[in-house]
Design a protein around this ligand. Structure first.
Ligand SMILES: [Fe+2]
Ligand SMILES: [Fe+2]
Length: 233
C-alpha cells in the first residue's frame, strides 16, 4: 500500500472466516496450545511497549502528546502492578510458565523473533519513525478483538483471573488506543510530515505480513499435532 488509510482499511475488516490463532484458541484450542502461544508471545509481551517508547523524541506536538498518553497506559498509568508487561508475567505464572525475560528465546520460532526485531529496528531509527507509528497502530487496532477472543479461550480452559485479566484489560484499553493512534498520532504526524505516508503504510503492511507468517507456522504445527516450539514445554 502507498496510502496508510488503504492499509488500515484492511485491518478494520475482521475476516468472516476467522482463521487466526485467537479464533482457533477460542473455538477449538487446547490448554497446551494456549501455553505455547503465550511462551512465543512472551518474547515481546514481557517488554510490552518498550520498543515503541523510543519514537516519542522523534515526534512533535499533538502526535507526541498522544503517543505519550497511550504509552502511559501501557506502563500502568502510575501503578507498578498495572504495567502491561507485569500483567503478562502474572498471566504466565497462572499458566505455570516461567516469566523470566527471554526464558523462551531458544524455544520460540524465528518468525516470532522477526516480529520482535522489527519493533526494535523501527523504534531505534529516526528515519523509520513513520513505519514505527504504522506498526504501533496495527498492534493497537488488531488487539481489542483478538484480546476478547483470547479472554474467552482462557475462561473456557479454566484459567485463573490473573490470566484472563491481561486480555480483558486490553479489550477496553486498546479500543481507546486505536482511536488515539489513528487520529492523533498518525493524523498529526502526516499533517506535519506528509512525505512519511508511504512509511506509515509500510509499517502497517510489514506488521501484518510478519504476524500472518508467524500465525501460519503455529497453526500449521498444531494442525499436524506437533508442538509449535523448537523446545516443547
Ligand atoms: Fe498493552
Ligand atoms: Fe494498547
Amino acid at each position: 500500500h502507498h496510502d496508510p488509510e488503504d492499509a488500515l482499511a484492511g485491518l478494520l475488516v475482521e475476516p468472516a472466516d476467522g482463521t487466526g490463532v485467537s479464533h482457533h484458541l477460542r473455538d477449538d484450542g487446547e490448554l497446551w496450545q494456549m501455553r505455547e502461544y503465550i511462551a512465543h508471545r512472551s518474547l515481546y509481551q514481557l517488554k510490552e511497549a518498550d520498543p515503541h517508547v523510543w519514537v516519542i523524541p522523534r515526534l512533535r506536538g499533538r502526535a507526541k502528546a498522544a503517543m505519550a498518553a497511550v504509552e502511559y497506559d501501557e506502563f500502568g498509568a502510575g501503578r507498578g502492578e498495572r504495567v502491561h508487561a507485569e500483567l503478562f508475567a502474572d498471566l504466565m505464572v497462572d499458566l505455570a510458565l516461567d516469566p523470566t525475560y527471554n526464558h523462551y528465546l531458544d524455544a520460540t520460532s524465528a518468525r516470532m523473533l522477526a516480529v520482535v526485531n522489527m519493533m526494535s529496528l523501527l523504534g531505534l531509527r529516526r528515519s523509520l519513525r513513520g513505519a514505527l507509528v504504522g506498526h504501533f497502530a496495527t498492534v493497537e487496532i488488531t488487539s481489542s478483538p483478538a484480546s476478547d477472543r483470547l479472554a474467552q479461550a482462557l475462561r473456557r480452559m479454566g484459567a485463573g483471573e490473573a490470566a484472563v485479566f491481561f486480555y480483558t484489560e486490553h479489550v477496553e484499553a486498546d479500543a481507546v488506543h486505536e482511536q488515539v493512534v489513528r487520529h492523533e498520532v498518525i493524523g498529526d504526524l502526516l499533517k506535519r510530515e506528509p512525505a512519511l505516508a508511504a512509511d506509515v503504510a509500510f509499517g502497517i503492511d510489514a506488521t501484518v505480513f510478519l504476524e500472518d507468517r508467524f500465525a501460519e507456522e503455529v497453526l500449521g504445527a498444531w494442525r499436524d499435532g506437533r508442538s509449535s516450539l523448537r523446545v516443547p514445554l
